[in-house]
Design a protein around this ligand. Structure first.
Ligand code: COS
Length: 385
């Protein structure tokens, strides 16, 4: 039996997040984008709403939601603004996720309650200047100083979300800790507090997209953290990171889905109001068919994404479907935002119109958390190529 219905709780959650996003985010989205400003106020409000720690057990201060609910939450924020959705998606999937899934009891007790309340924010330090798609190409290294019982980290990270604002509290960092039995780099992950000595986060400016989210370069200059801050066992870092990305890709998918939905609604409304040749432009088949195609693709994207979340919820393998959903939702938003600008004509090129921002914000989704090319590589491996 196939049941496509959402639960009453999931529908209520969607309504609640939609109302919040429309009232508390939408009125400020354009201005924050223009000023390239991370909003501490909105982030705090999102924390109060319980948007962080969505899938974490209440035992650690989380909401204990299923994965579809979490994805609906990100989707509804992305429907009005990619930047705020990025803060929530990175905070949950990439920052909180590794501590929740791979941390020991002491680490969970120490970090999760504050992270789940949104008192502090977390990031994920994987990408480096020379290690992007090749996630195992990390150069940052960590050496155990046995005398002081501390890890000493040296290196740098690139394009890291959530680490340069006054709420930033912790970042999960992948570093080389030796050589594996197979002769490859041995990689481990560490919980690095943002006030650790030798840690520095420098905000990146002049981004094309997600301009109101916080993106930084990280530097580790003999950065010292307690020996107990290693996540799981030494050498488990690469798999932890890839597993984290599997989950993170679902939230990137939901940003594509939500962004596509938002751009579609803007285009539909505009096409009903804008008159040319004496009638609303949506009465022309050229425009009506574009909108029909957008609606079809959004529906297909939602089904693909929710199916992947359903697999994860049920403890079933979801790597292939997650990659498919990430790739497809990102590309659907690309096509939908492009047509939304087209339907707006000259106005769509102006920053006063939301579709211009959706068009720019989309591009990140083809690149972040595994480019579309990497998704196709992952999918092609799954299907036996
Ligand atoms: N989860 C857990 N383990 C995984 C995994 C996954 N999703 N994918 C691969 N692994 C394991 C493999 O099983 C293998 O384990 P063994 O050594 O025990 O056999 C190990 O990891 C290495 O796998 P593989 O040889 O496939 O690694 P590659 O270096 O070829 O890289 C890709 C695999 C390309 C898939 C990986 O590097 C990747 O996802 N890159 C994109 C990174 C990315 O998204 N960066 C953007 C970050 S933005 S936050």
């Amino acid at each position: 039996m196939i049941d496509y219905s959402l639960t009453d709780e999931q529908n209520f959650l969607r309504e609640t997040v939609r109302k919040f996003a429309e009232n508390e985010i939408a009125p400020y989205a354009q201005e924050l984008d223009r000023e390239e400003k991370f909003s501490v106020e909105i982030t705090k409000k999102m924390g109060e709403m319980g948007f962080f720690g969505a899938f974490v057990s209440p035992k650690y201060g989380g909401q204990g939601l299923d994965y579809i609910s979490y994805i609906i939450m990100v989707e509804e924020i992305a429907r009005v603004d990619g930047s705020q959705a990025a803060t929530v998606a990175a905070g949950n999937s990439l920052g909180i996720g590794p501590i929740y899934y791979f941390g020991n009891e002491e680490q969970k007790q120490k970090w999760l309650p504050r992270l789940c309340k949104g008192e502090i924010l977390s990031g994920f330090g994987l990408t480096e200047a020379d290690a992007g798609s090749d996630a195992g190409g990390t150069l940052t290294n960590a050496v155990l100083d046995e005398r002081k019982n501390e890890w000493v980290i040296n290196g740098s990270k690139m394009f890291i979300t959530n680490t340069s604002n006054e709420l930033s509290g912790v970042v999960i960092v992948q570093a080389v800790t030796g050589k594996s039995a197979k002769g490859r780099k041995e990689l481990s992950c560490f919980i690095v507090p943002t006030d650790a000595p030798g840690f520095e986060s420098r905000k990146l400016h002049d981004k094309m997209m997600w301009r109101a989210s916080d993106t930084s370069e990280l530097y580790f200059d003999d950065c010292r953290i307690p020996a107990g801050n290693i996540l799981g066992n030494k050498g488990e870092g690469f798999k932890q990171m890839l597993q984290t990305l599997d989950g993170g890709r679902l939230s990137i998918g939901s940003m594509g889905l939500g962004g596509a939905q938002g751009a579609f609604e803007k285009a539909l409304q505009y096409s009903q109001e804008r008159k040319q040749f004496g009638k609303p432009i949506c009465k022309n088949q050229a425009i009506a068919f574009k909108l029909a195609d957008m609606a079809i693709e959004i529906e297909a994207a939602r089904n693909l994404l929710y199916k992947a979340c359903w697999l994860k919820n049920n403890g079933l393998p979801y790597g292939k479907e997650g990659s498919m959903a990430k790739l497809y939702c990102a590309e659907v938003m690309g096509r939908v935002a492009n047509q939304a600008v087209q339907i707006h004509g000259g106005y769509g090129l102006m920053k006063d119109y939301d579709v211009e921002r959706f068009f720019r914000d989309q591009k990140l989704l083809d690149i972040g958390e595994g480019t579309s090319e990497i998704q196709r590589l992952v999918i092609s491996r799954y299907i036996g190529c």
